[in-house]
Ligand binder design. Sequence first.
Ligand SMILES: NC(=O)c1ccc[n+]([C@@H]2O[C@H](COP(=O)([O-])OP(=O)(O)OC[C@H]3O[C@@H](n4cnc5c(N)ncnc54)[C@H](OP(=O)(O)O)[C@@H]3O)[C@@H](O)[C@H]2O)c1
Length: 326
Amino acid sequence: MKKYHLAIIGATGLVGETLLKVLIEENLLDNFEITMFGSEKSTGKIMIYAGKEYRINFLNEKINFKKFDLAFFLAGDEISKKWANYFSNAGAFVIDNSNAFRRENFVPLVVPEININLINEKTKIIANPNCSTIELVLALSCIKKVAKIKRVVVSTYQSVSGAGKEALFDLKNKTKLILEEGISNNLISYIGKKLDSGFCTEEDKIMFETSKILGEEINLCASTVRVPITNCHLESVFVEFEEDVLADEIKGAISGKNIFYSDEIVLPTDLASSNDTFVFRMRQFGKREIAFFVLADNLRRGASFNAVLIAKHLLNKNFFNEHVKN
Ligand SMILES: NC(=O)c1ccc[n+]([C@@H]2O[C@H](COP(=O)([O-])OP(=O)(O)OC[C@H]3O[C@@H](n4cnc5c(N)ncnc54)[C@H](OP(=O)(O)O)[C@@H]3O)[C@@H](O)[C@H]2O)c1
């Protein structure tokens, strides 16, 4: 089997470690010769996956970027802004999990079940959407097949792993290193930074990204809350339509690859190692309105699994061989 060269930047983080698990689960590890990168403090550390040892490297200008076919960026906005172009200009595809390129017109913002067709052999940088956006758009993409959406109101209940491994340290040790209000026994009703608009960056991401991914302007108001659980993001969603709808008809439309509907509640503890998205407890409010919950694993569906689905597409389409290297 031909092996392609893969760089994982942020391999020692929560998304990085989950990505390696998903690559193994999807039987993709053998397709790649992997070079892992972390921060300076992890340099030289050995990680073991599927019985093989990987040494953690530090990014620098002397790296032979031309050897890479694909780079996953899982290390935050600043690292992506500084280093993604080194890989893409040398001919690698970049799948970026940060917010660095999501708003660029030339960068496709991809949820494979919805808009994988935006990627071709000439694409250089592919953006993975925000974790809360992915599960929401998966649900809305099914729903909008039944009736035209007039307005969406979403409130999120987002786990601490969404803020990275140091935030998990805050949760476990009752510290305030990342989540400065303290997350232990608390609810923090903004995520990211507060903007002049009054919204926070997480809300702004969901509102912008939903329209970009669905390819139409969605009138959406988001409120985001950090809750003191380890993993999974729950969202309470209210949708108003342009026409009369029946909740039962919409429930029936929520089926597809990797998304399921349930009348029963679904708990984060039910989701162990699941890459699926669950829509549940749909209620009819008025003739034109429904309410429901959506739940998914932020580290899997909201980040690594989405990125791996994109990589799988690049492999299946033979795009690594057709990609023109500079
Ligand atoms: N967590 C989620 O649910 C989620 C969901 C969607 C998207 N994302 C995005 O995915 C990315 C990673 O998130 P995370 O939760 O995995 O964060 P994390 O647990 O804090 O991990 C951050 C990773 O970045 C690495 N890093 C830091 N500085 C670096 C440098 N100078 N060069 C190379 N690597 C460096 C860290 O290495 P060390 O271990 O050496 O510090 C670590 O591997 C972020 O962009 C985040 O916004 C996260």
